[in-house]
Design a protein around this ligand. Structure first.
Ligand code: NAD
Length: 509
């Protein structure tokens, strides 16, 4: 497998400084946070973390800004988001560099992440004129029954390292046009891109005459995330990250009758049926399983192949894996960049050992790479493991590039395997048989929030609602009618007659 040598920490630091300078970010130097790059595994800058007092003030400021923002007409709120989209487009390359530097994404995927942000801004601007309520037929003469949608308040956005910018924009662009204000607690692993995004939104606010406090960034670890979770002034906590995190925060927000929008871990599968176009399936599988070094919530983690084609399909996947270029995410020839940390690499090693103990056979990958050139970084070869059945380790999300292969005989069995994990984010089937495709998409088919046909599990478009069921948390972000999660509904009955008629023919007085 070819390797591309990563640049030095000094080179990465210079690149980060140039991008930040062009965007206009001044780094808050101090203590509490390390801006680190997985490319070399070393620290680039030491930054001041937001204190508890500052975070408290950020929420107060966002509460204050909500007072005027909620009555600003929605199309006027869209003007702010349109300006943000323009600035993101202008700084697309610089922002993508920061995503590569902090999350380790290869260039094409980092650019894709910024494009996704531009797309959601465009979507949200359109949405700012389409926050529709319904008019409902009233049972009473001379009455109008309708529903209206109003802003919720402050939205606390807690985000994960692996989509350090896009997930923020999914939430923020939609929340802002809905009339909410936002306090963002990004992953402590990605402070630079967070500073850059927040700075561009501040600039957009200044350019459009909007109070800066409609959005506040708190740059800190999970302690400040916990503050947002406990704070009754935060109407909605939209949290993206591990199921462990969601399990910790969900009950706390529920206990104060706040709202949550949870986007948690996935354990995604693709079924490959005998009729499948295997060339198409191969491309879809390799991108979904090895792309982003297996660090997408929608990464393909389980391949469920029909017994008759399993050997051929697996041989082809293994052959493709042997050719995957690993290393410098800035190099155009690299397809697999670094894992975020040593902890992630250790989790992968442990999962592979468990898979072998549970009867699996590692067919390719799992070994670490570039240990001499970048001793503090974690480059690993994506692994394919053939499993005798869906054992305990396969039921867990290991956030690293491990593809478990299972076989099936009939489609019901394959769908049962797809659904027999605690998570329910993404799924797909490769088949040219329409009956199989429709069966997979039916009510007794895949139980996931995302079910695809003839593409892989990852790489969603912003126009659709994004999210999943079961331990994935049940939330929906991004497109379709996800905006409703950021607003409250009021049902209005207007009596324009001169008599007071009671519903259900009740008589009184
Ligand atoms: P993580 O759970 O470690 O951290 C995510 C965020 O939650 C961080 O900002 C962290 O500081 C914060 N946090 C953690 N515990 C908290 C607590 N108790 N209270 C408040 N805040 C807390 O996740 P990660 O390692 O950054 O990201 C990887 C995980 O995110 C994977 O499980 C992946 O599947 C998931 N993810 C899901 C989606 C989705 O849309 N479903 C998208 C991206 C990532």
């Amino acid at each position: 497998m070819p390797e591309t040598i990563p640049p030095s920490t000094e080179t990465v630091r210079e690149l980060a400084l140039s991008s930040l300078r062009r965007i206009g970010v001044v780094l808050p130097e101090g203590e509490g946070l390390h801006a680190r790059t997985p490319i070399t595994g070393e620290t680039l800058f030491r930054l001041a973390a937001t204190t508890a007092e500052e975070a408290d003030l950020a929420v107060s400021d966002a509460v204050g800004a909500f007072e005027t923002w909620r009555t600003t007409p929605a199309p006027a709120r869209g003007v702010l988001v349109r300006r943000l989209g323009e600035l993101l487009r202008e700084h697309k390359n610089d922002l993508a560099d920061l995503v590569t530097i902090e999350a380790g994404k290869i260039r094409s995927e980092a650019l894709g992440e910024i494009q996704e942000m531009i797309d959601i801004c465009e979507f949200a601007v359109g949405l700012s004129r389409q926050l529709y309520g319904r008019t409902i037929a009233s049972e009473r003469p001379g009455h109008r029954l309708a529903e209206t949608w109003h802003p919720l308040g402050v939205v606390g956005v807690i985000s994960a390292f692996n989509f350090p910018a896009a997930v923020w924009s999914w939430n923020t662009a939609v929340a802002l046009v809905c009339g909410d204000t936002v306090v963002w607690k990004p992953s402590e692993l990605t402070p630079l891109i967070s500073l850059a995004c927040s700075h561009l939104l501040d600039r957009a606010a200044a350019d459009t005459g909007v109070p800066r406090d409609v959005h506040r960034l708190v740059l800190a670890g999970r302690d400040i995330g916990e503050m947002l979770v406990e704070d009754p002034r935060v109407a909605l906590v939209s949290a993206t990250g591990s199921t462990r995190m969601g399990r910790a925060i969900g009950p706390k927000v529920a206990a104060r009758f706040g709202r949550t929008l949870l986007e948690l871990g996935g354990n995604n599968a693709s079924i490959v049926a005998p009729s499948a176009d295997l060339d198409l399936a191969l491309s879809g599988i390799v991108f979904a399983a090895a792309g982003t070094a297996g660090q997408r919530c929608t990464t393909l983690r389980r391949l469920i192949v029909h017994r008759d084609i399993a050997d051929e399909m697996v041989d082809r996947v293994v052959a493709a894996y042997r050719k995957l270029p690993i290393g410098d995410p800035f190099s155009d020839s690299t397809l697999v960049g670094p894992l975020i940390s040593r902890v992630a690499a250790d989790a992968m090693t442990q999962a592979l050992a468990r898979a072998e103990a549970e009867g699996g056979k590692v067919l390719v990958g799992g070994d670490s790479r570039l240990s001499e050139e970048a001793p503090h970084a974690s480059y690993v070869a994506p692994a394919v493991v053939r499993m005798p059945e869906q054992t305990a380790v396969v039921l867990e999300e290991t956030f690293a590039p491990i593809l478990y292969v299972l076989t099936y005989e009939d489609l019901d069995e394959a769908i049962a395997l797809n659904n027999a994990v605690p998570q329910g984010l993404s799924s797909s089937i490769f088949t040219l048989d329409q009956r199989e495709a429709e069966r997979f998409l039916a009510a007794d088919g895949s139980d996931c929030g995302i079910s695809n046909v003839n593409i892989g599990t990852s790489g969603a478009e912003i126009g659709g609602a994004f999210g999943g069921e079961k331990e994935t948390g049940g939330g929906r972000e991004s497109g379709s009618d996800s905006w409703r999660a950021y607003m409250r509904r009021a049902t209005n009955t207007v009596n324009y007659s001169s008599t007071l008629t009671l519903a259900q023919n009740v008589s009184f007085l």
